[in-house]
Design a protein around this ligand. Structure first.
Ligand code: HEM
Length: 491
């Protein structure tokens, strides 16, 4: 009897301590301490879509020790990301792995340092040609180099060459560090391979350190190794060391009257603003920003190219229409500028459909609530992770008819022109943290696809099964499964 009373005395307060507080949005609460962990064998979008049937578009899911607020509808996401208190990034360990001395950059930073570096980076990127012909000329150059390199690989069965990734990386590298690699340069190929490796290490089980931050301190070494933490730290060190060296080289050769690239511009800003010369924070913030631009800008865009070719192989009819459209306005040897995209409405529609169906950044990048607040009548505690679930928006059957079907036509008006006002498309995020490189990415994909389609036909390897299924571990970037392709020169 005494044991029973003691047990009750212990359990009742524990029940109230761990019970889901009233007023929170609906969704899985799970067990004390561990919450409810996602099923790692099913992709997270499918799992959230199942919850959506009972809970609606705003779902609170306690994973580990963290509350995650999944926002699954276009207008809900737009409204949330316009809110100041949902602007910050969380203290995820995967972000910290890149932050030397805790200093973060443009993607993972917060507060005034983030606002300053975002504002000045955007201004300088525009001065350096973003949104202007100067950027396009550098993309034209990369497109020509890529076509030349791929020509060496025609009529063979092989995976898509890493040169596609290198061409994309070169565009960002030129603006950021005034450098580019030749398509067959082993150093360049090694570097882009590392960038892809970092992004892969960021996905998968290392995520547990984000939802159980205490594990970073308490987990034994074997567990950290098993969950991929050491691999991530090693890959982050490689990228950070390379970026640090690049920034040092720039500092040594800096001529404030002739800035060559983004690093020079940011260093000049630093010299002009620096009150205390021993303050290293701003320099580390430049370094972190450069690393994050390379990481955010390379895999997303090159993966868009990989999904594009995959869909061209799977849908030869779409590829054929693209060949016809491009040949009729920009025959081989004439590359378009982005402002001429209205001459290629079918290509524009196809690019949008690829962004929609593949959704490169399925959950954008996590935000966090910086204060206790209310959203749609629900109470949202400070520290809740805000997940703008772009992929769920892109496969919402109420907005997109047969969302699983690849259909560029959904972005066309009845007269064949591109439908610029298609609501519900949100591949680059929205609000204060919207993608900094949207313009670069759009122009890159447009020009590179025109150049490739002018010159080549991409076909499936007979007998090979092509899968467009998402990998359940891809929570940051949706990467297509490795596939082979046969590239044939067009006459
Ligand atoms: C197809 C290509 C791309 C896609 C789909 C994409 C998508 C996104 C998305 C969804 C976000 C998160 C928005 C949010 O947190 O609410 C983002 C952020 C960001 N992207 Fe991109 N992106 C692409 C290419 C690029 C490129 C080429 C660059 C740079 C050269 C870039 C730089 C960034 C940066 C720095 C951020 C963080 C902005 C901030 O936190 O203030 N992205 N991108």
């Amino acid at each position: 009897m005494v044991t029973l009373v003691l047990l009750l005395l212990l359990l009742v307060p524990l029940y109230f301590f761990f019970k889901k507080p009233a007023g929170l949005p609906p969704g899985p609460w799970g067990l004390p301490v561990v919450g409810k962990l996602p099923d790692t064998t099913v992709d997270i979008c499918t799992q959230v879509n199942r919850l959506r049937k009972t809970h609606g578009d705003i779902i609170l899911w306690r994973m580990g020790s963290r509350l995650h607020l999944f926002l699954c509808e276009y207008n809900v996401i737009k409204e949330a990301l316009a809110r100041l208190e949902f602007t910050d990034r969380p203290d995820y360990h995967t972000y910290n792995a890149f932050a030397e001395e805790g200093i973060r950059g443009i993607l993972s930073g917060n507060g005034l340092p983030w606002r300053n570096i975002r504002r000045s980076s955007l201004r300088h990127l525009r001065d350096l040609g973003m949104g202007k012909t100067r950027l396009e000329e550098s993309i034209h150059y990369e497109a020509k180099c890529l076509v030349k390199e791929l020509r060496k690989t025609t009529d063979k069965v092989q995976p898509l060459s890493m040169c596609v990734v290198l061409a994309v990386y070169n565009v960002v590298n030129k603006m950021v560090a005034d450098k580019r690699y030749e398509m067959d340069d082993p150093k360049g190929l090694e570097f882009v391979d590392k960038i892809l490796t970092v992004n892969q290490k960021l996905q998968g089980p290392v995520f547990f350190f984000n939802v159980f931050p205490i594990l970073v301190t308490l987990a034994p070494s074997f567990l950290k190794k098993k969950l991929g933490l050491y691999d991530l730290e090693e890959a982050a060190k490689f990228i950070n060391d390379a970026t640090s060296e690049t920034v040092q080289e720039h500092k040594a050769k800096l001529d404030p009257s002739k800035p060559r690239d983004l690093i020079d511009h940011l260093l000049i800003d630093h010299q002009e603003n620096d009150q205390d010369p021993s303050d290293n924070n701003e320099k580390l913030s430049i370094q972190a920003t450069i690393t994050e631009l390379f990481l955010a800008g390379t895999e997303t865009t090159s993966t868009t190219m990989k999904w594009s070719i995959l869909y061209f192989i799977k849908h030869p009819d779409v590829q054929h229409k693209l060949h016809e459209e491009i040949d009729s306005v920009f025959p081989k040897g004439t590359l378009p500028y982005y402002h001429e995209r209205n001459k290629l409405p079918y290509l524009e529609a196809t690019m949008h459909e690829i962004h929609r169906i593949a959704t490169m950044a399925p959950m954008a990048a996590a935000h966090v609530s910086s204060q206790d607040t209310y959203f749609h009548g629900y109470s949202i505690p400070k520290g809740t992770i805000i997940v703008p679930f772009l992929e769920c928006c892109h496969n919402n059957p109420l907005v997109w008819e047969n969302p699983d079907q690849f259909n560029p036509g959904r972005f066309l008006n009845p007269d064949g022109t591109f439908n610029t006002r298609r609501e519900g498309f949100i591949a680059f995020g929205t609000g204060r943290r919207a993608c900094v490189g949207e313009n670069i990415a759009r122009v890159e994909v447009f020009v590179l696809l025109v150049a490739l389609l002018q010159n080549f036909t991409f076909t499936k390897v007979p007998g090979e099964v092509l899968s467009t299924e998402k990998d359940p571990k891809d929570i940051i970037i949706n990467v297509p499964k490795q596939y082979n392709v046969i590239i044939t020169e067009r006459q």
